[in-house]
Design a binder for this molecule. Structure first.
Ligand SMILES: [Zn+2]
Length: 69
């Protein structure tokens, strides 16, 4: 296996790690119910996506696995 000849400098390591930070997730208000949801994803509060009910919400839907917000 290839063996590095020199260790990377701290500066080089730090430059690589500038991209490692996690970004805060984007939230937009749901056009149906107004709750904050992730864009291009099902609304976990009302079950609507693109103006249509795509997931049953309320009492009958509690056994279903929750879709991650
Ligand atoms: Zn909604």
């Amino acid at each position: 296996m290839a063996l590095p000849k020199r260790r990377h400098s701290r500066q080089r390591q730090a430059k690589r790690r500038t991209h490692d930070r996690l970004k805060a997730i984007t939230l937009v208000p749901c056009p149906q119910c107004g709750a904050l949801k992730r864009p291009h994803r099902l609304c976990v509060s009302c079950g609507y996506y693109a103006g249509k009910q795509v997931k049953a919400m309320g009492e009958g839907a509690k056994k279903e696995k929750e879709v991650k917000a």
